[in-house]
Design a protein around this ligand. Structure first.
Ligand code: HSE
Length: 427
């Protein structure tokens, strides 16, 4: 009965008639658990039995579907498994729970013949699970890339548009109810990694492998990087990228330069977007609110309708949790980040003297790295110039080696800033 719980009650009550017309029967909340019964709420709880004991809800014999909106993967996991063991269907918005324990939860749900629906776990109100799992079922999904954390996108947008500082924007996102209980989950990319793990599994038919997702946050991105990227025709977005290659699956969350002409580069504020490339359909883009009470409730209630419609269906004939039949999941490995291939933005501080750039470009060339663009800013005051280099695609291991060698040059000061770059071309 927090932000999303309150939103769910409101949407179910306000749209009860439309929902019943769609589901074929009414959906009624009878029993809800809350930490503090007397807390002021955004919803009317009349007709709902309120309790501080969540076990009372999952053990209530009258309850057919349990909606888990607690978050985290401790108590939430216990309650979801208990609900399944009691033969109840589950709807959850909990990305951490599904990304980390989904394999176990789905196996248990199969044993018990119940459904676990989790549309609200990824990209809030955007029906992206439904789109990838069902709407794109004809396709080989080749890759997907998404802005799947509203808080991080809000921070990057405000930094670019208003030059605001990081901490101030984060505090605003927390006040608006977008940020996670622990906001490092937003800015360090963990929340996005939970969501990307889920998307990759339903796109490629692989088990959930959250621990193998490469995760880099946005805390090191400076105003200058945002401005240099813009000068070169790019925006910096915190992107989750999943790509299937013949060697394995790339699964990575990191700040990313993307061409500003792409629609997804213009997704700003708390909005989310996911670009999915299927072999038959080509690129498709899904856009909408990724957080907030009613946008997330929109996905929760859609799952309630879905579950209600198929309550009486033979469990063998329901849409599989991870889109592919459980005995047909692929064992394609998740690639270590050293094996991924991408283009790069490099920012370095170089002594303003003859031959320095020649040394840098030689070391890049020695690693087989081709340069796409170079921008040198005039030194201000001292003798060090900022140099920005964009490269063509190369394996990360080769870039690691080249960066090590360049940082070893006497004429280069400090660490090189590296931001990965994706052109997100249709092919
Ligand atoms: N903290 C998340 C976000 C909430 O900012 O996108 C929705 O999952």
């Amino acid at each position: 009965m927090g932000t999303v719980g309150g939103g769910t009650v409101n949407v179910l009550k306000r749209n009860a008639e439309e929902i019943a017309r769609r589901a074929g029967r009414g959906v009624v909340i009878t029993h809800a658990a809350t930490r503090d019964i007397n807390k002021p709420r955004i919803c009317d709880t009349s007709g709902i039995t309120l309790t501080t004991d969540p076990q009372a809800v999952v053990n209530d014999p009258e309850v057919q579907i349990v909606v888990e909106l607690i978050g985290g993967d401790g108590l939430a996991r216990e309650l979801v498994l208990a609900a399944i063991d009691n033969g109840k269907h589950v709807v959850t918005a909990n990305k951490a729970l599904i990304a980390k324990h989904g394999n176990e939860i789905f196996a248990r749900a199969r044993e018990k013949g119940v459904m676990v629906a989790f549309e609200a776990a990824v990209a809030g109100g955007i029906p992206i699970i439904k789109a990838v799992r069902e709407g794109l079922a004809a396709n080989q999904i080749e890759w997907l890339a998404g802005i799947i954390n509203g808080t991080g996108n809000f921070i990057l947008t405000e930094m670019r548009d208003k030059g605001r500082d990081f901490a101030g924007v984060l505090a605003e996102a927390q006040a608006l109810g977008y940020a996670e209980a622990d906001p490092t989950f937003d800015v360090e990319g963990i929340d996005a990694a939970h969501k990307l793990t889920i998307l990759a599994s339903i796109a490629f038919g692989i088990p959930l492998q959250f621990d193998d997702c490469f995760t880099e946050g946005i805390t090191k991105i400076t105003r200058e990087d945002v401005a240099y990227a813009e000068e070169l025709g790019y925006r910096i977005k915190h992107l989750g990228v999943a790509r299937r290659t013949t060697a394995g699956v790339e699964l990575r969350v990191h700040p990313t330069l993307i061409p500003e002409r792409r629609l997804i580069a213009n997704v700003d504020g708390v909005m989310n977007a996911v670009l999915v490339k299927g072999d038959a359909v080509g690129p498709t883009l899904y856009y909408g609110a990724g957080a907030g009470a009613e946008p997330t409730a929109s996905a929760v209630v859609a799952d309630l309708v879905d579950v209600t419609r198929t309550l009486t269906a033979d469990p063998e004939n329901r849409v599989p949790h991870l889109a592919f039949q459980p005995d047909a999941l692929s064992d394609l490995p998740i690639l270590p980040v050293a094996e991924i291939e991408t283009a790069y933005y490099l920012r370095l501080q170089a002594a303003d003297k003859p031959g320095v750039l020649a040394d840098v470009t030689r070391l890049l060339g020695d690693s087989g790295i081709s340069i796409e663009a170079i921008l040198q800013k005039e030194p201000v005051g001292d003798s060090e110039a900022t140099v920005i280099i964009l490269t063509h695609r190369v394996q990360e291991a080769k870039m690691d080696y080249a960066i090590g060698a360049i940082e070893g040059l006497d004429s280069i000061g400090g660490e090189i800033m590296r931001i990965r770059l994706e052109t997100l071309d249709a092919d």
